[in-house]
Design a protein around this ligand. Sequence first.
Ligand SMILES: [Zn+2]
Length: 274
Amino acid sequence: MRRTLAKPVTREGIGVHSGQLSRCTLHPAESHTGMVFTVGAVRLPAHFAHVSSSQQRTVLTSADGNTSVATIEHLLAACYGLGVDDVRIDLVGQEVPILDGSAASWCAALLEAGLREQTGVRAPLRTQAPLQVFDGQRWARLEPGDGLTLDITVDFPDPGIGAQRLNWTLTAQSFLEEIAPARTFGLFRDLDRLRAAGLGLGASLDNTVAYDQGRVLNPEGLRFPDEPVRHKALDVLGDLALLGAPLEGRLTMMRPGHALTGALMGQILAMTGA
Ligand SMILES: [Zn+2]
């Protein structure tokens, strides 16, 4: 069975990069629609083939280059984590609202709408043999396995983060409790450079965990001692959602980023012909 929403639900807020207000309404969609954004009359399937940039955030762009949707990864992670296959996302604006910087607010929206089973086959993507991609000190390896298990290691120079490793198996419940609440994070010293590049204009302590030389600047502190590696898992799920079908296997990633996940997805799609 496939899963969609029982009724529409709307959220609005600022984009973490644009700083602009936008509004997203998630609608039920017919079986095999997949996850699709609509901006005005333009339809943008949330598929790897339409990704135009993965610098700092994931951006989808229409074939004519005139319409883009930015920072889709946390909303897509929420859909993927809760097993939503078919959803139409109407966006008024150019960037998905960042809300609290995690996927928890999107999960709450999806649960508020309610999830509904519908007819149609949910066919996972699987690999028969291990796949591996390298990008300098970063690498990813996908091995055959049932369900989806992530083994992720991050290593940041700020002593507040350092090396963190997460070994986690996806279920809707484990996603809600262990991954969805983990917020976007960044180093305070990188903020000026990010803003000079026209990004991070909406970033604040309301939507980002800021580290500064071993200290967390957010007065409320962390939601998990290892919140950064959990957020990386969230970002990886948001990227994997662009495969268009659930992935099965054991995925090990060293220092993951959007580009590395993208390279792996290219291999997966080439292998499965999807
Ligand atoms: Zn993120």
